[in-house]
Structures are given as structure tokens and as C-alpha cells.
Design a protein around this ligand. Structure first.
Ligand code: HBI
Ligand code: FE
Length: 272
């Protein structure tokens, strides 16, 4: 179970909590090279389009030179916000995923994409999970939000409201924007791990950009196979934390509310 690094999609190697060891010392040189290539491509784009908290976070993690070591990163994260990282072989069942978040553990995929997958990958790899998600875990309000989000997973499952809960994760954790002094910036991991979407999300005239509204987000279906047709922008991360406080009641409501299809508009929308 902990001899060799888990291969891509090797779920049989996982412990009951869904985790696998990273075995950082055994990461091959070509994987470090893939990481550096992805990082070098994204850096100038992050400088221009990523939120301040993201830029501060990625600088603090000091991870440009190769696939980062989860143990060393966990030490830094623990000091910053009490989070740590665990390795996983890929997507894990949502119950286990929520349990890790509730315990301030972020599951990070241990393998990296192949060179021919630089531009697009259907499933999360270590570049998406680490470079996309982990920097924001240094932001205290976001860090508290994500733990509280995980704590609501079991409740949402019980009342049959996993779909609206997943929409909140998708639109705010994967594809969230933030209004900063000087303009709109991206903080979502799905955006910031994609070079095309990092530019598109904040500069293209094509997508809708709407002011964050919890009810709107909880009703909004999404597409997983293309650039997003709609983005939601917060003003600060405390807005997300405030939303989870009201989430039990909101989920009750959202379960029976009419879904809004991807890219559709609603009369109550507040475009930015
Ligand atoms: N597993 N490794 C991993 N990463 C995720 O982002 C993830 C997951 N399992 C379930 C899951 N996400 C979702 O159900 C989210 O929509 C909450
Ligand atoms: Fe993700």
C-alpha cells in the first residue's frame, strides 16, 4: 500500500480515507520538468490576472522549481491557516472529499499530466490541485469558508441537496472572480490552472460576469467541457464564509428551485 507511488487512477492503492502517499523523492525528472513548463507558462498570466491572495499565496509556497513536496507545504500551510495536504489518486468519492475539507485537509492528486496534455485535461492532476487550489488556502477567510463548506457535505447529502452544494463549489472555488482595486481578477482553481481560461475569464467580451449572489449560484447549472459561459465575482472572501452560515436554509430552498441553464440570464442578474 505504501511501496511505490500511486499510478494515475490507481484507486486500489488508496487507504479507506481515499488517500495515497506522495513519495516525493520518487517523482521522476520528467514530471518535475512538466511542472516547471506549466508553471513558467502560467506565471506571467497570474501576474496580470490572478487575485492578490492567490499571488501572495503561490509566492509563499515557493513551488516554481518542480513538483512540490506535500509534507513541506503542509508545514507552511499549518503555520498560515491550519490546513494540510493529503495525496489522492484522482477524484475521490464526495463523502470522503467533504470529510477531508471539514478536517482542514486538502486532497491533492499525486500524478501530473503527460506533455501532450499541457492545454487540457478532463480530470484534476497535481498542477490543477496544487497550483490551482492550494495558494488560496493561505487566505484566512477562504480557508475558513472551505472547512465550513466541507462540514455541510453530510447535511446536504441527507436532505438531497448535493447538486446545489456542488454548484457553489464549481462557481466559487473552481471558477470564482473577485473585484479588486484596479479591476476584476480570478481566484478560482479551474481558471488559474488553465492558460486559456486565465485570460478569457477576465478579458473576453463573450462570457457573462455577474455579481455574486448565493441564490443565483445555487441554481446555476454548469458545463464541465468548455470555457465557462458565466462567471460570478465576489468582493471579498468573507462573502463566501458568510454564505455558508446561511447555507442550511439556502440549500433547503435551492433543492426545489428552478435550475438556470449554463449561460442563461435571469431578470435579477447584476452584470459587472
Ligand atoms: N475529489 N480529488 C478530488 N477533488 C475534487 O475536487 C473533488 C473530489 N471528489 C468530489 C468532488 N470534488 C465534488 O463532489 C465537489 O463538487 C464538491
Ligand atoms: Fe479543482
Amino acid at each position: 500500500m505504501d511501496g511505490l507511488p500511486a499510478l494515475r487512477g490507481d484507486y486500489a492503492a488508496a487507504a479507506p480515507d481515499g488517500t495515497v502517499p506522495q513519495h516525493h523523492a520518487l517523482v521522476p525528472p520528467e514530471d518535475h520538468a512538466t511542472w516547471r513548463a506549466l508553471f513558467r507558462r502560467q506565471s506571467p498570466l497570474w501576474e496580470r490576472h490572478a487575485a492578490r491572495a492567490y499571488r501572495d499565496g503561490i509566492a509563499r509556497l515557493d513551488c516554481e522549481d518542480g513538483v512540490p513536496d506535500f509534507a513541506a507545504t503542509s508545514e507552511r500551510l499549518r503555520a498560515a491557516t491550519g490546513w494540510s495536504l493529503v495525496g489522492v489518486p484522482g477524484l475521490i468519492p464526495e463523502g470522503l472529499f467533504f470529510d477531508h475539507l471539514a478536517a482542514r485537509r486538502f486532497p491533492v492528486t499525486v500524478w501530473i499530466r503527460r506533455p501532450e496534455e499541457m492545454d487540457y485535461l478532463e480530470e484534476p492532476d497535481i498542477f490543477h490541485d496544487f497550483a490551482g487550489h492550494v495558494p488560496l488556502l493561505t487566505e484566512p477567510a477562504f480557508a475558513d469558508f472551505l472547512q465550513a463548506y466541507g462540514e455541510l457535505g453530510a447535511h446536504a447529502q441527507r436532505i438531497g441537496a448535493l447538486k446545489p452544494l456542488a454548484r457553489l463549489y464549481w462557481h466559487m472555488v473552481e471558477f470564482g472572480l473577485i473585484e479588486e482595486q484596479g479591476g476584476l481578477r480570478a481566484y478560482g482553481a479551474g481558471i488559474l490552472s488553465s492558460s486559456a481560461e486565465t485570460v478569457y475569464s477576465v478579458t473576453s467580451d463573450t462570457p457573462l460576469r455577474l455579481r455574486f449572489d448565493p441564490r443565483r449560484v445555487l441554481r446555476s447549472d454548469y458545463r464541465i467541457d468548455d470555457l465557462q459561459p458565466t462567471y460570478f465575482a465576489i468582493r471579498d472572501y468573507a462573502e463566501l464564509f458568510a454564505t455558508v452560515r446561511d447555507l442550511p436554509a439556502l440549500l433547503d430552498w435551492a433543492r426545489d428551485a428552478e435550475p438556470i441553464p449554463p449561460g442563461a440570464t435571469d431578470p435579477a442578474d447584476q452584470p459587472i
